[in-house]
Design a protein around this ligand. Structure first.
Ligand code: UT7
Length: 328
């Protein structure tokens, strides 16, 4: 059994096109002032028409592989976390496998919304620990712009496109490792945040095609309350399981949905704000990609040094939540 699992490389990719709050206020009744004060978001990225979730994910993955010093052919596992797959089947991970040329890798998707990247991390860690797999690529990738109702100001201002990736493998002497993970689900709250149409429960037909059923629907206030409680509990659990105190934590990487949620988490965890990584002003909420992108940016900006303790914590539709404590 592997002695521990380390993050050997990270990568991220954001589409070039920027949609600002002022741009949005030209087609829905909103304002930069409202969006910034209620969410902290200033702008988000929008993928081109020909760019799908797998393309975003593959570009992030190439950077993670490069940093890990690993070739795509060395991968034996690819997990893509997404709620905006290229197609309902096959899995987006299969397209990524093809695009990377990762011919030896088993590839599949998981759907756990904004918690997906940390779900993937836990699954990949266990699979590496079982010695069945050596080198895993986990990706959080979303093209949410394809599933947003651009006439609904309560949701369209929140979301953006992007992808982040990490290469996981057994840790060697002196390397960091994943210390503890937690994942959880409350299926009683499926109604709070979902894409109601386009699945088997409500296929899109000639009759309902104009109703926008295949777009994100959310009861924002309810989601907000659950988010704070669940993320606080999940983060505390991994901190405890890893044998840490809040003071030991160098960087907290929370899901990037709303600055008010992030501030509430930071104060409940008793971690000073300057140790909490925030990039949602640039990208909005990119669901499964958010933590993955933030991890890569924090890494490349030199926020973590060898031995630092990091906590990542997420929350999303399902409802799902997840956290991980890592020694960098
Ligand atoms: O990643 C998955 C997890 N998702 C989340 O974490 C989202 C959690 N929820 C939130 O972030 C917040 O609930 C929102 C940002 C979605 C909404 O903020 P809020 O402070 O809960 O606002 P609200 O829904 O209570 O709306 C307040 C007012 C309403 O007007 P009235 O009824 O007071 O007259 C809304 O109609 O603001 C209005 N409003 C807007 N006004 C301008 C709602 N959206 C907008 C908008 N621009 N875009």
């Amino acid at each position: 059994m592997a002695q521990g699992v380390t993050i050997a490389g990270t990568g991220s990719y954001l589409p070039e096109k920027i949609l600002t709050n002022d741009d949005l206020s030209k087609f829905v009744e909103t304002s930069d002032e409202w969006i910034v004060s209620r969410t902290g978001i200033k702008e988000r990225r929008i993928a081109d028409e020909e760019e799908s979730t797998s393309h975003l994910g593959s570009k992030a993955a190439q950077k993670a592989l490069q940093q890990a010093g690993m070739a795509a052919e060395d991968l034996d596992l690819i997990i893509v976390a997404t709620i905006t797959p290229d197609t309902l089947t096959p899995a987006t991970a299969c397209y990524v496998q093809q695009q990377l040329g990762a011919t030896k890798a088993v590839a599949f998707d998981i759907s756990a919304a904004c918690s997906g990247f940390l779900y993937a991390m836990k699954i990949a860690k266990r699979m590496i620990e079982s010695d069945a797999f050596k080198n895993a690529l986990i990706i959080g990738a979303e093209k949410l712009s394809a599933f947003v109702n651009w006439e609904d100001r309560t949701t369209c201002i929140l979301f953006g496109d992007g992808a982040g990736a990490a290469v996981l493998r057994a840790s060697e002497q002196g390397e960091g490792r994943i210390l503890a993970t937690d994942i959880g689900t409350d299926g009683k709250q499926t109604h709070l945040l979902n894409i109601p149409g386009g699945g088997s429960a409500c296929p899109i037909t000639m009759d309902n095609a104009g109703e926008g059923l295949a777009t994100l629907a959310m009861l924002g206030k309810e989601v907000f309350k659950h988010a704070v409680t669940r993320m606080k509990n999940s983060a505390n659990l991994v901190i405890e399981r890893a044998g840490l105190q809040p003071d030991d934590i160098a960087v907290v990487i929370p899901h990037q949905a709303n600055l008010r949620i992030i501030d509430a988490i930071a104060s409940r965890l008793a971690v000073p704000n300057d140790r909490v990584f925030v990039n949602l002003h640039k990208y909005g909420n990119t669901s499964a990609a958010a933590i993955a992108i933030a991890l890569d940016e924090a890494n490349r900006e030199g926020k973590m040094k060898r031995g630092d303790k990091i906590v990542m914590v997420a929350f999303g539709a399902g409802l799902t939540w997840a956290a991980a404590a890592i020694e960098w």
